[in-house]
Ligand binder design. Structure first.
Ligand code: HEC
Length: 151
């Protein structure tokens, strides 16, 4: 009986561990160190700013009407890992950015982001991610404020 109990415990624990959250889906994936300066050049050369704004690079003002406008960088509530950034760039439909009207960012569930997989080199991707990642800051945890209590 004890054995069965242990077995059940082991199985449920195993299931718990086997339940990888999205942030762990990139386990075992490691990106070499990139050059953020070169990444900034890639960002403008590939015209990411047609559809995006960064704290340091505003969106193209001469954009055509109907072009999406998605903010990159800034404060986020969970860390933007390089795994997430790489996925957003080479497989944008994997997860559609939150907080925008769906029609602005997607068509039939597919991201409206341009596909760069035929034109971007791996080095460009690495540099781009090392340029973008430090521009995300983790939003500071808000402590509850308690008023002073005078008896
Ligand atoms: C034609 C417009 C367009 C261009 C050009 C474009 N993107 Fe995007 N991008 C989008 C849209 C729309 C989204 C939101 C939908 C999604 O999550 O895929 C997006 C999402 C992203 C996200 C995820 C944002 C989030 O909050 O989840 C990243 C990172 C990103 N793009 C990087 C880039 C980079 C780097 C380039 C240049 C190499 C680029 N994009 C070029 C349209 C574009």
């Amino acid at each position: 009986m004890i054995c069965l109990y242990r077995l059940l415990l082991a199985i449920s624990f195993g299931l718990l561990l086997g339940c990888d959250s999205d942030s762990q889906a990139a386990r075992g994936f490691s990106l070499p160190k990139g050059n953020p300066g070169a990444g900034k050049l890639v960002y403008t050369q590939l015209q990411c700013n047609n559809c995006h704004s960064l704290p340091s690079v505003p969106q193209d003002t001469e954009r055509v009407a109907g072009t999406p406008s998605v903010t990159l960088g800034g404060e986020v509530s969970s860390v933007q890992t390089y795994g997430q950034l790489v996925s957003s760039i080479i497989n944008p439909s994997h997860r559609i950015a939150k907080g925008y009207p769906l029609a602005e960012v997607a068509d039939n569930g597919q991201s409206r982001m341009r596909n760069y997989n035929e034109v971007m080199t791996v080095k460009e991707l690495i540099d781009l991610v090392s340029y973008l990642q430090p521009q995300y800051q983790l939003r500071a945890y808000e402590h509850s404020r308690y008023r002073m209590y005078y008896p």
